[in-house]
Structure formats: structure tokens, C-alpha cells
Write a protein that binds this ligand. Structure first.
Ligand SMILES: Cc1cc2nc3c(=O)[nH]c(=O)nc-3n(C[C@H](O)[C@H](O)[C@H](O)COP(=O)(O)OP(=O)(O)OC[C@H]3O[C@@H](n4cnc5c(N)ncnc54)[C@H](O)[C@@H]3O)c2cc1C
Length: 394
């Protein structure tokens, strides 16, 4: 591995850093942002995406002809580092930018690209992802939502669940079964659906954090024009897998865990354990050291991935290692913070006596979701065992 950056890469970093200094709203406070409710955070993220877009800083990895910067892999890493350094808010149309745009650029017809792609970076059209169903999550190829051909349309009936941002979305990438007789991976089709189409009902689900960021979505005789089919009919699995590949490549967590480790160390200096400051307790110090080692190991593991990609290889099953290890480490870190807080761990956001504004309670409630979304930890272990380590199947 070569840890040095080339002069043009440092120039890219400097350009972005200067832009962020000039454009991140002066009243933006990352700690306060984290404690806001979902609707307030959404508004901040929407405004921030529009601002980034003005500076051409959304979707830097997209090709230039589609409004990106054609950023190299190293530049994408630098981008993530700089955004993490200032703890900028995320963008509103994250699914659109990270998975829908790249999938359409790869698979879409010229007409689809022209119609949909430009409105993604600008957040004019927000996208959601309709894969999971009540009976089909990990094994989503078993999904049952039907699409039946009728003239120039597919008529959709069925239900999706856990659909993030469906209550905000203008469009949905929807995978439906168009051939129930074919083997499960071969009867699927991938559609672009206008969420305002008659027959669609979106019902928000309240999460354990109290926020309602994902939904049940019901489809009742929803008419989707055939020109909204991406790829071939019954070949939707291939398109859907492209989307998943972009999704998992997006899960690198080391950038988020480094600041969290600092906050955890800081917390140990302010709470007491066994009658003394937690930071002085040998067991706590051991734990912090272990977390520091694991955060560092995750960072180098991300670098190893990067080196692999820089040698021209596509993102492979090794991406599951970062997703698994990062989301589980995050969970252990926030649970440890809760242990340190003792009874105070039960005081959430808005409680006047909570420590750090109730941040750790919110994180502890939210952390489990990262071990499920985008493929559960068990599924990641299966992938690593099977496709990375080549272990025999039991
Ligand atoms: C925050 C969040 C956001 C999400 N957003 C979206 C979204 O926008 N769009 C969307 O389509 N979906 C979304 N999902 C759904 C997500 O993709 C599924 O929850 C996930 O794939 C797991 O599916 P499931 O919930 O049906 O669980 P199941 O697949 O039923 O799994 C239940 C349990 O069984 C285990 N298990 C299942 N199969 C195996 C196996 N072969 N070997 C070992 N263990 C196994 C799982 O690990 C899990 O512990 C989101 C989920 C979360 C948490």
C-alpha cells in the first residue's frame, strides 16, 4: 500500500475543503443536528444537497456527462474523509445518488437516462427502493408482488415493507414478479415507478428511536408504463444485483467510528465507575484500547479493499467484511457507552438531565438497524464464509 497522495489528489482535497469552509452553513452544529427529529434532519439534508449540487459536489463519482466529476476511487475516499472531518449532514436523496443513478447509467435506456438521471443529483426527485416484502428480506428473490402485462402497462399488486423514505419519495425502483412459473431469480422485472400513481398507499412505520423513516407500501392495480422497465423483462435480478453492489460498496463505516471513538474516550473522563473517573479504571481503559485497535483494523481493511479496487478489480464479496465488522463494532461501542452511563442511559433526547443530550441512547436504539439494512450480519457471514474463505457448506 502507498499511503501518500499525489499532488492532484491533494489539490482535490484542498478545493473541497475550501468549498466546505465557505459553504457549510455557519449555524450548522453537528451535535445539535444529531439530536433533531427526523423531519428537521430531512429539511437540513435537503437544503444541504441543493447547496452541494450548486458547487457540483453531489455524486462526485458519477461520470462528468451526468453531472458528476468522474472522481477516481482515491478522490472518492478523500471526499468521504473531508465530509466526515466537518461532520456535514448526509444528503436527502442518498439512495438516488448512491444506487439509482449508477444503476440507470449502467442499465437504463437513453430515454430513461435523460428523463430521470439529471433530477437525482439536484434532489428534484427523491427515490426509494422497493425490494423487501413481509415474507422476503434476506431472500428477496422470493418476492411475491406481481406485475402482469396489459397493453402498454404492467399492473402491479402486492406489498413492500421497510421502504426507507417512501413517504418522501417521488419515484421508486421496484422489483416485481412478472413470471411466477420461472425459477425465482428468473421471473423478476425491475421497474421505475411514480409514487403518485393511483393505487399506491404509503404507511410510515415508527422505529424504536421514535422516528418514522421507513414504510409499508401497498400496490393495488397500479399501472406502470412498459417504457419504465429497466433491462429486459424477467431479467430484473441482474439489474437488482447491480443496485445491491453499489449499496454495499457504500457501507464503509470507519469514517464514522473514528469520531465516535473520540467521543467515547471523552465520555469516560466525565462519568464515574467504581468510585473513580471511568477513564482511570483499568477495565474501561482495556475496553477503549480494544475499540481503538478495532477501529484502526477496520480502517486498514477499508484500505485493503481500496488497493484491490485500484488494481482494477470490481467490488467483490470482501465488501461484506467492512459492512459486518463496522456495524457490529458500532453496536458494541454504543452499548458500552450505555453501560458507562448506567441509569442515565435511560434518559433520551429532550430530558434535561440526560448526558450528552441523550445522544448515546438514540445511537444505541438506532445501531441495530445497521446490522440488518443492506443485508444482515448472518447473511454477511454466509457470504464471507462461502465466497471469501471458500469454507465447505454444512
Ligand atoms: C434501517 C433499515 C432500512 C431499510 N430500508 C430498506 C429499503 O429502503 N428498501 C428495502 O427494500 N428494504 C429495506 N430494508 C429491509 C432490509 O433489506 C431487510 O430487513 C433485510 O434484508 C433482512 O430481511 P428481513 O427483515 O425480512 O429478515 P429475514 O430475512 O426474515 O431474516 C430474519 C433473521 O433470519 C436470519 N437469516 C435469514 N436468512 C438466513 C440465512 N440464509 N442464513 C442465516 N441466517 C439467516 C437473518 O439474518 C435475520 O436474523 C431496510 C431495513 C432496515 C433495518
Amino acid at each position: 500500500m502507498d499511503f501518500n497522495y499525489a499532488p492532484q489528489e491533494e489539490a482535490f482535497r484542498q478545493e473541497l475543503r475550501s468549498w466546505l469552509e465557505a459553504n457549510l452553513p455557519k449555524d450548522y452544529d453537528p451535535d445539535a443536528f444529531e439530536l433533531q427529529d427526523a423531519e428537521e434532519r430531512w429539511q437540513v439534508q435537503l437544503a444541504w444537497q441543493k447547496k452541494l449540487h450548486e458547487g457540483r459536489w453531489v455524486g462526485v463519482h458519477w461520470p462528468q456527462e451526468y453531472g458528476g466529476r468522474g472522481a477516481t476511487l482515491i478522490e472518492q475516499v478523500i471526499y468521504q474523509q473531508e465530509i466526515a472531518r466537518v461532520r456535514a449532514p448526509g444528503i436527502a436523496n442518498s439512495l438516488g445518488v448512491s444506487i439509482v443513478g449508477p444503476t440507470l447509467i449502467h442499465w437504463g435506456t437513453e430515454e430513461q437516462k435523460k428523463r430521470y438521471v439529471p433530477r437525482i443529483l439536484s434532489a428534484e426527485e427523491i427515490w426509494c427502493q422497493g425490494y423487501s416484502e413481509p415474507g422476503s428480506g434476506s431472500d428477496f428473490a422470493s418476492l411475491q408482488t406481481r406485475g402482469i402485462e396489459e397493453g402498454d402497462y404492467f399492473i402491479i399488486n402486492g406489498q413492500k415493507v421497510w421502504t426507507s423514505y417512501a413517504h418522501k419519495a417521488d419515484r421508486c425502483i421496484l422489483v416485481v414478479r412478472t413470471d411466477p412459473e420461472a425459477p425465482k431469480h428468473k421471473g423478476l422485472s425491475y421497474l421505475l415507478v411514480d409514487m403518485k400513481t393511483p393505487g399506491i398507499t404509503v404507511r410510515p412505520l415508527v422505529q424504536i428511536t421514535g422516528d418514522a423513516e421507513f414504510n409499508e407500501v401497498f400496490f393495488e392495480d397500479v399501472r406502470v408504463p412498459k417504457k419504465n422497465l429497466v433491462g429486459e423483462k424477467n431479467q430484473g435480478w441482474q439489474v437488482a444485483v447491480t443496485t445491491l453492489m453499489f449499496e454495499r460498496a457504500n457501507f464503509a463505516l470507519s469514517g464514522r467510528l473514528e469520531p465516535q471513538l473520540k467521543q467515547l474516550v471523552d465520555l469516560t473522563k466525565r462519568v464515574k465507575v467504581n468510585g473513580r473517573t471511568a477513564a482511570e479504571d483499568p477495565a474501561v481503559r482495556q475496553k477503549l484500547a480494544q475499540f481503538a485497535i478495532e477501529v484502526e483494523a477496520l480502517r486498514y481493511s477499508d484500505y485493503r479493499q481500496l488497493t484491490h479496487r485500484l488494481r482494477g478489480n470490481p467490488p467483490g464479496p470482501e465488501g461484506s467484511i467492512g459492512k459486518l465488522f463496522g456495524s457490529e463494532l458500532n453496536l458494541r461501542m454504543v452499548h458500552f457507552a450505555q453501560e458507562l452511563l448506567g441509569p442515565y442511559s435511560q434518559l433520551g433526547i429532550g430530558s434535561p438531565c440526560s448526558i450528552d443530550g441523550g445522544r448515546w441512547a438514540r445511537r444505541a436504539l438506532g445501531a441495530r438497524a445497521l446490522t440488518i439494512a443492506g443485508g444482515t450480519s448472518e447473511i454477511m457471514r454466509n457470504i464471507i464464509g462461502d465466497r471469501v474463505l471458500g469454507l465447505p457448506k454444512g
